[in-house]
Write a protein that binds this ligand. Structure first.
Ligand SMILES: Cc1ncc(COP(=O)(O)O)c(C=O)c1O
Length: 363
């Protein structure tokens, strides 16, 4: 069987897949209302929030756009903290809708420095919101969101968090860390196919929403809230994925959130140790290495594209390459959601065989 070890979409347990094959139901009827209420309650528990949580039909990027257009107006100044591809994407969305960007970029492979965020906020009092990626999937780095958040709140700014590849796998207590909008996607640690963005909305975000003038229709949080109150979503939801999510959330709650985080920490460590044992360098600084994705530098003559091809064709192991300027320079192992240490051991064993076939010379 194919081993899908990319950082999303991730493999789904059989129970989750079976839930997807259920017959359709009326999305404006009592059965769906019951499921929606139940899923929303459970998601609040997993987001660790008492605020609002909405299911939006769309991919994670739709959730990022929703965060922007619901809280900002054209001309608003936004500090975009970026450590990789997805930080750049969040900023690009804000810019497209007319925000004035102040980019705060860090070298790819490194985490953002909370003190630099403080300096940037001090230097420009007009900043209204800070965009930050919790877990940068393109580089395998997890930012110290607690530290960044406490700086952002020293200045009482809005904090919009891309937690697409971390929430539900790496601890992110949304209320304790004062995240105003937090976005995740079903195809990541949730063990569910793509199709849903899940977002939390704080009181401060609602205050911003009242004044926000960026154009919005499909993503309007006010519509999501008023429909949720009557057990519906404003638009036809991706019902099968909601069925799947309902089953997956029960599995996560049964395992226990702390245990899920501990398992990801263990699996992340196994991936890093395994990679190092092969003589390959980690791309991300280890102090901030992600527990959901490990980025590996293609060093010592390794042709990473050739390696990915042999892994896929001869070992049925699917890993991810590097994105944009990291294309051909790194490869990435996804280890989020339905994953155990033995899955990672299998990846490392396959790598051990394939590396020399793809030009790698151990020094
Ligand atoms: C951190 C991060 N942000 C945003 C996205 C984009 O999500 P989607 O592909 O679901 O639109 C991803 C997906 O890879 C991601 O990992």
């Amino acid at each position: 069987m194919e081993q899908l070890r990319i950082p999303g979409p991730t493999p789904c347990p059989d129970e989750v897949l079976q839930a997807m094959s259920r017959q359709m139901i009326n999305h404006r009827g009592p059965q769906f209302a019951q499921i929606l209420a139940d899923v929303t309650t459970k998601l609040k528990q997993l987001f660790q929030t008492k605020g609002d949580v909405f299911l939006l039909t769309g991919s994670g990027t739709g959730g990022l756009e929703a965060a922007i257009v619901n809280t900002l107006s054209p001309g608003d100044t936004v500090l975009s903290v970026s450590i990789g591809v997805f930080g750049e994407r969040f900023a690009a969305i804000a810019e497209k809708f007319g925000a004035e960007l102040i980019p705060l970029r860090f070298e790819w492979g490194k985490a953002a420095d909370a003190d630099a965020v403080r300096q940037a906020l001090k230097a420009e009092p007009k900043i209204k919101a800070v965009l930050v990626t919790h877990n940068e999937t393109s580089t395998g780095v997890t930012n110290d969101l607690a530290a960044i958040s406490s700086v952002v709140k020293e200045f009482d700014k809005l904090l919009l968090v891309d937690a697409i590849s971390s929430l539900g796998s790496i601890n992110l207590p949304v209320d304790d860390w004062h995240c105003d909008v937090t976005i995740t996607g079903s195809q990541k640690g949730w063990m569910v196919p793509p199709g849903l963005a899940m977002v939390s909305v704080s009181q401060q975000a609602w205050q911003a929403h009242q004044k926000a003038r960026m154009p919005r229709f499909y993503w309007d949080f006010a519509k999501a809230k008023s429909y949720l109150e009557k057990g519906e979503t404003p638009w036809t939801p991706v019902i099968s994925v909601v069925f799947a999510l309902s089953v997956a959330l029960d599995m996560i709650l049964k395992e226990g959130l702390a245990n899920v985080f501990a398992r990801h920490a263990q699996v992340g460590k196994a991936a890093r140790e395994g990679v190092k044992s092969l003589g390959l360098p980690l791309f991300a600084e280890e102090s901030h290495a992600s527990n959901t994705v490990t980025a590996v530098a293609a060093a010592n003559g390794l042709d990473s594209k050739k390696m990915l091809k042999i892994l896929r064709e001869e070992h049925q192991v699917i890993l991810a390459g590097g994105q944009q300027k990291l294309d051909g320079k790194i490869f990435r192992i996804g280890h989020l959601g339905w994953v155990t240490e033995s899955d990672i051991e299998a990846v490392i064993s396959a790598l051990k065989i394939v590396l020399p076939q793809a030009g790698f010379r151990s020094s």
